[in-house]
Design a protein around this ligand. Structure first.
Ligand code: SDX
Length: 428
């Protein structure tokens, strides 16, 4: 919806730009003509004030702690929905009927197995390879096995590759974990739910029946929902940028996995648990809070802060509640939970964190639950990638279907040397 016209005065001249209104959230100023009219670029490293695209998938209000997927609040989805239904919602725009959900779940289950040749990829990695390195390699290689669904101009190919990616990520992730243990891979069991199937492939062994614990299954499914999509975060923007060149969806998702791995992004859940282990007991917290505030110390409180949430991250709230449920049901405790609660309390009462609006994000508590469920720390970001695949795929589909989409090609502020002549080496 085009709103008012805005006037920008640049170099003493007035230029008119349209203000475009979304259904909710900040307006955007359409500056697509700016360079042609003024010869100047905007400058926005990190895209703190830049809308890179139009999207109807997810909306975040960082001040109010709001996260909506196709309009539905994350708290309601976490409470009432399940991951398969949330996948359908993100991919199709509406909540499914019971029949639609049954059909979608059946379709996904048809794609849970990997090409047997792909399973031999794992033996090329060291047993102690980080599972995110394996994910980057194996997902990137999918296009070598499923090139019958890589024509991005064909909606059927886009649909099949989308389903393949959502369906195969649990199998790929579980196999990475099994490989690190030297245990045999477990084939999918399509009698189980999406999440139950993942838990069995991860923790089951061929030597005995695996009983899915319904409490763990529900907690894991909710954790997948919490990580499903999140507007134009770094890894989603990576997927969109890769996809804007026409790259196949498997390559684009592999690019997203690589970006997610960074400790400032999806790697923060692994870093946050390692930080809590390093802190150890609550009495050590003040020292680490001081380190986090020290500009000369690279240490940051992992799991705190967010580019968009300047109040609380609604996912962190649900994550903490899920943690309490899992601990109560499993009759487990973890002293790190007490340390995490104390760290949150002390940080949120510290003027530095209050002034910079640094609150726990989705990664702060997730590691404690995942550790209690039995995952090693190195698997945490793999689980984030597994859950986020549906968001990446939905965003990729939205971009490909957007008539306005073009190859992404940002410009720059050049501060290097002006033109100069080559000097022969004996003259330097
Ligand atoms: C995810 O974008 C998404 O939606 C991501 C995500 C998703 O679902 O896709 O939500 C998932 O990535 C969550 C964030 C996980 N990362 C971490 O927990 C790592 C720790 N957090 C920081 O690295 C940081 O808060 C970021 C990267 C999350 C946000 O960085 P910004 O928006 O670029 O903010 P900034 O780095 O400019 O920080 C603003 C100020 C700085 O101080 P000044 O330079 O203004 O003096 O706050 C400080 C920072 O030094 N600061 C912190 C801090 N985070 C920011 N100080 C101490 N500890 C921290 N954690």
């Amino acid at each position: 919806m085009v709103g008012d016209q805005s006037k920008l005065s640049i170099y003493g001249k007035d230029f008119d730009y349209s203000v475009i209104k979304g259904t909710v959230g900040p307006d955007v100023i359409d500056i697509r003509k700016l360079y042609g009219q003024t010869g100047a670029f905007t400058f926005d490293p990190g895209f703190t004030s830049t809308a890179a695209c139009e999207s109807a998938l997810t909306y975040i209000d960082g001040d109010e702690g709001v996260l909506l997927h196709r309009g539905y609040p994350i708290g309601q989805l976490a409470e009432n929905s399940n991951y398969m239904e949330t996948c359908y919602l993100l991919l199709n725009g509406e909540l499914p009927s019971a029949a639609e959900l049954k059909d979608f779940s059946w379709t996904i289950s048809r794609h849970t197995m990997l090409h047997e040749q792909l399973m031999s990829f794992y033996s090329g990695f060291r047993r102690d390879a980080h599972p995110m390195a394996i994910m980057c390699g194996v997902v990137g290689a999918l296009s070598a096995f499923y090139h019958d669904s890589t024509d991005i101009a064909d909606p059927d190919h886009r649909r099949i590759s989308s389903h393949r990616l959502v369906a195969k990520m649990p199998t790929i992730a579980a196999a990475a974990y099994k490989y690190s243990l030297g245990q045999p891979f477990m084939y999918p069991d399509n009698k189980l739910s999406y999440t139950g199937n993942f838990l069995r492939m991860t923790f089951g062994v061929p030597a005995e029946e695996y009983e899915v614990n319904p409490v763990i299954e529900k907690a894991m499914d909710r954790i997948f929902i919490l990580h499903a999509d999140h507007e134009q975060n770094a890894s989603t923007s990576t997927v969109r940028l890769a996809g804007s060149s026409g790259a196949n969806p498997f390559a684009c998702i592999a690019a997203g996995i690589a970006c997610l791995w960074g400790p400032a992004h999806g790697g923060a859940n692994e870093a946050a648990l390692n930080m809590l282990r390093e802190i150890g007991t609550p009495d050590k917290i003040p020292h680490y809070i001081e380190r986090a505030k020290d500009k000369n110390d690279p240490f940051r409180l992992m799991g705190f802060g967010h580019r968009v949430y300047k109040n609380y991250d609604p996912r962190a709230t649900v994550m903490q509640q899920t943690l309490r449920e899992v601990f109560a049901a499993m009759k487990v405790t973890d002293p790190l939970f007490d340390t995490a609660l104390k760290l949150e309390e002390l940080a949120l009462s510290d003027p530095y964190f209050i002034e910079k609006k640094l609150f726990p994000n989705v990664d702060f508590y997730s590691g404690i639950i995942l550790s209690a469920i039995g995952f090693p720390t190195t698997m945490f970001t793999v689980l984030f990638a597994l859950a986020r695949t549906v968001g990446w795929v939905a965003q990729w589909n939205e971009m490909i279907s957007d008539p306005a989409q073009k190859i992404g090609r940002p410009r720059q502020l050049y501060t290097g040397p002006t033109e100069r002549d080559y000097v022969a080496i004996d003259k330097r």
